[in-house]
Design a protein around this ligand. Structure first.
Ligand code: ADP
Ligand code: ASP
Ligand code: MG
Length: 813
């Protein structure tokens, strides 16, 4: 004995029904088989809508019923040979007539009771099961049609009636024995109360019908045939990489379905679980796929978390107040009041102080639930012992399910941290003491993102998707894109990171594509993008709500820097090569840091100092590990180092500066380098990272440039450099006489910082610096005798891009 259930999509068309007939026939050759069918896909919804329209005096229900009749007649005509059609065609017509009368009645009364609604929707399954039966007859298969309404006895809770198993089991056993054929067909979903009027078992209830049959008959197995190849690790409509779960326990399947896995109606488990009847979930459209086996104890496997699911929209109701403490009975009264109103409680949490109880209910039932609770506690609310009931809506529950979770510490930690680092705020948590599921209440709009993040965390340990938006595609930006393209495969294979660029911007356009841009062809995508508008870019990026997102700023723009705060506040990490933010007013810098830590994300700007050299990272490592930095001495300008390494009086100073500019080391305006302002910004950032609340104006700048060099434009600047050649020559000679070299040095000491030109003696760490090198010396508690020295090229697109790249990886790991 076995029971097979075919869902709405499996019987949606004549073609699908043929598949089902073939599967049913084959099954019946093996052992006696009961086939339970749903209504044709979409029919139940259409019937409900027709009824509601009729009740609302909207005559459009008639057309809707005509369409339903037409659909069924067409299925019959293409399913059956002409000779076999007439009986079932007239069955369809008579029943559609009845349907119309019923709806006319509803229209006349202007009222649709739950009882009438059940009567109305029962036609879906009555029709589909008759059509199926006629299909078997046409194939010459011996079968019997069973009327589930006469077999399944329920109470009179229309819409989601409760089964009387004593009566039901007996009636089913008797009917099947009496039928005496190997194949029986029965409508799902429908039943009747003791007085004989039709009831239904709840939306999706055909699964339950099949399980009731299986339980009553002590079947060898129950098979639920649907349109996916089993119960999956997540809702496939939300998570593209969801995959079928080969084996799962009854308990786990029940938890997953309770929290929204639509593939199985939650009550289905109970009748089969009691008798340990194996339950298979199979795909009508891919019958050879393995499917899912639901059983008592699936073999242990690596998957500690078996699956995840989500349900929404839900509302959270919170009952709170000092009057609750220590007084028994509040929870009982709350739940009794909700039960009276037939409100289904999906999740409960209670603070250990007993100050508050929180329940999640379907949003459709929320108003009723609040009303029930407010009425129950009216007296306490009036005398101030309880606060008025608090209700929050547009929420959803996302649950992780797995019986092995209880033996493995850290699952909830990983869950919360994965959600947290993606800016998904958790409003409530419930975890049974048996820890078969961990449920979180989040915003409904975050469900897709949360499901994907959790699926990646627990089921795709293999790869994690990282989404980058790169602002600025100049020297450094285009080098970065080149490096990303080159490393993509390596990162996927070695670090299991799927790094994608989902957005690009230059000074005139931007483009966003959540599927990721082709890095071989980004110029084209950007050219076809929208005109640049940074607030729009930010808004659209946030609306995509992608996981693991990093905004990369390789511009020098203050407007771009102004986007960081709103991004960080939504947990988008920011990697900046742009120095504007970190060297602006202290409060602005500090606020970005706070935002990053409050929203569990990263604000990184290693390349602000020393380009690709690991300066800020090293400083942070020293401080985090408890070292103390007393003094920093550094050469932080590639331009100035180049200039002083190349100037020896044989060529004019101005010419050497021009060469530095031509070779691309200087800022677009070389005065930013020559005046030492850029160096001051860098030592300011190091001082801030060391914990000092300094402003740029606190950095003393002993400029070596005569004041007249700062007047006018860049051309005038070069002219003035030429005029002051003797001044530069004198500086050089004074150093050369002592055998020393000129270096523009930034110093930080005990909370103070200054920058200026110095003459450095041989043997000093800053003496032997080539070309455009930078060097940073850290004098700390631990590096007492010799400083910690970081030295190397401090400018250049390639090294800067690789520093940005390193920050990106730091931000996502
Ligand atoms: P039927 O009409 O066969 O009863 P349903 O539509 O009720 O089918 O259920 C199957 C659908 O459930 C699938 O098409 C899928 O979109 C959805 N679903 C949601 N969560 C899951 C899950 N965890 N595993 C499989 N399917 C799921
Ligand atoms: N036809 C019913 C529904 O759509 C029952 C089912 O398909 O399981 O809810
Ligand atoms: Mg279903």
């Amino acid at each position: 004995m076995q029971v097979l259930k075919f869902g709405g999509s499996s019987v949606a068309t004549a073609e699908n029904m043929q598949r089902v007939l073939t599967l049913a026939e084959a099954a019946a050759r093996r052992t006696t088989t009961v086939v339970v069918v749903s209504a044709l896909g979409g029919v139940t919804d259409a019937l409900i809508e027709a009824g509601r329209r009729a009740a609302a005096a909207d005559g459009a229900y008639r057309e809707q019923l005509r369409q339903l009749e037409k659909r069924h007649l067409e299925v019959v005509r293409s399913l059956l040979p002409i000779a076999g059609q007439s009986a079932v065609l007239s069955f369809v017509k008579t029943h559609c007539n009845e349907l119309e009368h019923l709806c006319d009645g509803i229209f006349a009364l202007g009222e649709l009771s739950d009882r009438t609604l059940d009567r109305l929707v029962s036609y879906g399954e009555l029709l589909s099961s008759r059509v199926m039966a006629a299909g078997l007859a046409a194939r010459g298969v011996a079968y019997a049609w069973l009327d589930s309404r006469q077999l399944i006895r329920t109470d009179a809770r229309y819409g989601h009636a409760a089964v009387d198993f004593g009566v039901t089991n007996q009636q089913i056993q008797a009917a099947v024995t009496a039928a005496g054929v190997p194949l029986l067909v029965a409508p799902g979903f429908v039943a009747a109360e003791a007085g004989g009027s039709t009831t239904t078992l709840g939306r999706g209830g055909s699964d339950y019908t099949a399980a009731i049959f299986a339980g009553a008959l002590g079947a060898e197995q129950l098979e639920i045939w649907t349109d996916v190849s089993g119960m999956m690790t997540a809702d496939p409509r939300l998570v593209r990489h969801a995959r079928p779960i080969p084996r799962i326990s009854y308990q786990e399947a029940m938890e997953l379905s309770h929290f929204g896995a639509k593939v199985l109606y939650p009550p289905t488990i109970q009748p089969v679980r009691q008798q340990g009847i194996p339950l298979w979930i199979k795909n009508t459209f891919a019958p050879n796929d393995a499917g899912t086996l639901v059983e008592v104890e699936p073999p242990a496997n690596k998957a500690i978390v078996r699956g995840l699911s989500s349900i929404g929209p839900v509302a959270l109701l919170r009952l709170e107040g000092s009057g609750m403490v220590g007084i028994p009975g509040f929870s009982r009264r709350l739940f009794a009041a909700l039960a009276r109103e037939q409100v289904n409680v999906i999740l409960i949490t209670q603070s250990s102080s007993e100050h508050s109880i929180c329940v999640a209910v379907s949003e459709a039932e929320a108003a009723r639930a609040k009303q029930a609770a407010d009425t129950e506690f009216e007296a306490e609310i009036n005398n101030g012992r309880l606060d008025p009931l608090d209700m929050e809506s547009s929420l959803a529950i996302v649950a992780l399910v797995g019986e092995q979770m209880k033996d493995h510490p850290g699952i909830s930690g990983r869950m919360f941290s994965a959600l947290g680092t993606n800016g998904i705020n958790i409003r409530a948590i419930a975890q049974g003491s048996s820890e078969k599921n961990i449920s979180t209440v989040i915003r409904q709009q975050d469900v897709r993102k949360a499901s994907n993040v959790l699926h990646e965390t627990f089921f795709e340990a293999t790869t994690r998707q990282v989404n980058l938006v790169v602002a600025g595609v100049g020297n450094v930006g285009s080098k970065l894109l080149e490096q990303l393209a080159r490393q993509q495969t390596w990162l996927r294979e070695k670090l299991r990171l799927n790094l994608r660029v989902v957005g690009l911007a230059n000074s005139s356009r931007f483009v966003l594509n959540e599927e990721g841009l082709d890095l071989e062809n980004w110029q084209q995508a950007l050219a076809g993008g929208q005109p640049l508008n940074l607030p729009t870019l930010t808004e659209q990026l946030l609306a995509l709500n992608l996981r693991n997102t990093v905004f990369v700023d390789v511009t020098a723009s203050a407007e771009v820097a102004a986007c960081y705060a709103p991004l960080l506040a939504r947990s988008v990490a920011v990697v900046a090569c742009n120095k504007v933010a970190a060297s602006s007013e202290y409060v602005a810098y500090a606020r970005l840091k706070t935002l990053a830590s409050d929203f569990n994300t990263q604000f990184l700007f290693e390349t602000n100092v020393g380009a690709g050299l690991p300066v800020i990272g090293t400083l942070n490592d020293l401080l985090r590990s408890g070292d103390e930095v007393h003094r920093i001495e550094a050469v932080l300008s590639g331009t100035l180092n180049f200039v002083f390494n190349n100037y020896d009086g044989t060529r004019p100073f101005a010419e050497v500066v021009r060469q530095a500019q031509n070779e691309g080391y200087t800022e677009p305006d070389p005065r930013l380098d020559l005046t030492g302002v850029d160096v001051a910004r860098k030592i300011l950032i190091l001082a801030r990272e060391s914990g000092q609340h300094l402003e740029l104006s606190d950095i003393e700048n002993d400029s070596f440039l005569p004041a007249s060099c700062l007047e006018g434009d860049v051309a005038a600047f070069y002219e003035q450099l030429a005029v002051h050649e003797p001044h530069f020559r004198a500086l050089y000679d004074a150093a050369a006489e002592k055998g020393e070299k000129l270096r523009f040095v930034a110093r930080y000491r005990d909370g103070q910082a200054r920058v200026g030109l110095q003459s450095i003696a041989p043997g000093h760490d800053l003496y032997a610096l080539q070309g455009k090198d930078n060097a940073v010396l850290f004098f700390t508690n631990r590096y007492t005798e010799q400083p910690l020295v970081i030295k190397g090229a401090g400018a250049g697109a390639d090294v800067t891009a690789s520093g940005v790249f390193a920050d990106i990886l730091r931000a996502v790991q």
